[in-house]
Design a protein around this ligand. Structure first.
Ligand code: MSP
Length: 497
């Protein structure tokens, strides 16, 4: 089966912060898990590099927009690499391949009769790159999101007949209840659609930093259409000499936060339908990482720098913490104190110690060779169905719940050590077979959880699996590997801070 997962493309005038890393890590966890299942996976992340704010930021700095976005793309690329994202392509909307394909698609939309010329008059927020409707305007003509003054705009441009898609979109969401997750976001989107869709500008006349309309190059595409299309265009040029569209379109999942729900749930499928293309299968709308009560965002200046966090805790800890602390789909506060606490109690103690202790005991009592033994029925029962449960949750992009399922077993293995007290069993010859069984169970349990945890903790689980003599990342049931392997002791997986 092919599996295609995307992240939003991040604005090329900002600096990466943990909020951006969050979406990319989420998509990466899904991508890694699906690869473990042997699926044909493609993961996409990248930068959104056109539009007014970028042109203005460049002007303020006295550099060209291209210079600005080159710098920013480097920073984002660096960030996604630092969080160990295994994306298959990093798209930039200034890529020639993207621009060409966008022009092809918009031509199709026009040929299909969904484009006309008109006069736009209304309120516009350059920071949102969004034309505001009546209910989106704050007191004193301000943007409800940025609390800044809106601009009154009047210009001749080209319109997209969004209104023609009101019924088709209602039908789409009614017939595909799982298309937007969580469910309350689907309801939000449907309510917006049912309240009435008005046509929207497809182009801007006063801007030059964008994709020119093929039939009227004086105008550039409205940046949201240009940006949304990245999910589609990337497939056509990500691999030189190969078009992956057939293989991966429509996308399995778009991952994004609630700030851009409207664009993804309304404009995006409408535009695809207008071009005669298939809409995406599903989108998962996650919440915000908050600092205290506030959204982490550049304009509020309360951002955690992912580079600093990784420097201190490592990428694994960052990936783990974000999906453990914050329920995926909801807003949630994060803090340095919270990082430290989970790092110590869960990663260093629950998981890291369990691994070190188990390997040390096999070293000490069995010369580093995993004993062959019948799996302990107690553990077999606890592990029963875990691969299916985790897979089913990740099929629904339930990243936090899947992690919780796995962590229950990490805790279970810790209790098992305490219950069985291998160091007591080791003292009497008569308990040798029981000790074999206990050590076998611990190693086997560690192996199964490490494989399941791999998408979350790619580095530490790779180290551990190597020490366990397990070369494969394929999902695997408890008890399916017989003993006999040589195992090695390891340095603490999560050293004390
Ligand atoms: N360029 C547009 C998206 C175009 S997609 C076709 C954009 N860029 S952005 O740089 O503002 O990124 C927004 C996205 O970054 C959010 O939807 C979310 O995925 C992520 N996040 C930014 N701040 C965040 C938090 N504080 N918390 C969680 N995610 C956050 O919008």
């Amino acid at each position: 089966m092919s599996y295609y997962v995307t992240t939003p493309i991040y604005y090329g005038n900002g600096e990466p912060h943990l909020g951006h890393a969050y979406s990319t890590m989420a998509a990466d966890i899904l991508a890694r898990h699906m690869r473990q299942r042997g699926e044909d996976v493609f993961m996409l992340t990248g930068t959104d590099e056109h539009g007014e704010p970028i042109a203005q930021a460049a002007e303020r700095e006295g550099i060209t927009p291209q210079e600005l976005v080159d710098r920013s793309a480097r920073q984002f690329r660096d960030m996604v690499e630092k969080v160990d994202s295994t994306h298959d392509f990093f798209i930039r909307t200034t890529d020639r391949g993207h621009i060409d394909r966008v022009q092809e698609v918009v031509n199709r939309v026009r040929e299909n009769g969904y484009v006309y010329q008109g006069t736009y008059e209304g309120w516009y927020c350059p920071r949102c790159a969004d034309f505001k409707s009546e209910n989106e305007i704050g007191p004193g003509d301000t943007c409800l999101i940025h609390e800044t003054l809106l601009q009154r705009e009047e210009e001749e441009n080209w319109f997209f007949k969004l209104s023609a898609f009101q019924k088709p979109l209602e039908k789409l969401y009614e017939e595909n209840p799982g298309m937007i997750e969580p469910d309350f976001r689907r309801n939000e989107a449907l309510a917006f659609i049912r309240s009435g869709l008005r046509d929207v500008s497809l182009s801007r006349a006063k801007l030059s930093w964008g994709v020119p309309l093929p039939w009227d190059p004086e105008q550039v595409m409205y940046v949201w259409f240009d940006a949304l299309l990245n999910y589609f265009t990337a497939l056509s040029y990500a691999r030189e000499g190969e078009d992956l569209t057939e293989r991966f379109w429509p996308a399995s999942w778009h991952i994004l936060a609630k700030d851009i729900l409207k664009f993804h749930a309304v404009y995006w499928p409408a535009f695809l339908l207008a071009a005669g293309l298939e809409p995406p299968r599903r989108m998962f709308i996650h919440g915000y990482l908050l600092m205290g009560e506030k959204k982490m965002s550049k304009s509020l200046g309360n951002v955690l720098d992912p580079f600093e966090v990784i420097e201190r805790f490592g990428a694994d800890a960052l990936r783990y913490y974000c999906f453990r602390e914050v329920s995926f789909g909801q807003d949630g506060s994060i803090s340095t104190a919270g990082f430290e606490a989970r790092y110590e109690t869960e990663l260093a103690n629950d998981f890291g110690n369990l691994a070190s202790r188990t390997l040390a005991m096999v070293g000490q009592y069995r010369d580093g060779v995993v004993p062959s033994a019948e799996p302990d029925p107690l553990l077999t029962a606890d592990f029963d169905g875990i691969v299916q449960r985790v897979s089913a949750l990740l099929d629904q992009a339930q990243i936090g719940q899947a992690l919780e399922e796995i962590w229950v077993l990490v805790r279970r293995l810790n209790r098992y050590v305490e219950e069985c007290q291998p160091w007591v069993l080791a003292k009497s010859e008569g308990d040798a077979l029981r000790l074999d069984q206990v050590l076998y169970g611990l190693i086997e349990g560690l192996r199964v959880v490490s494989i399941l945890l791999h998408p979350y903790l790619p580095n530490s689980t790779a180290t551990l699996l190597e020490a366990l003599g397990e070369p494969s990342l394929d999902l695997s049931d408890f008890g399916s590997r017989p003993g006999g392997q040589s195992v090695e002791r390891i340095e603490p997986l999560f050293p004390k801070l």
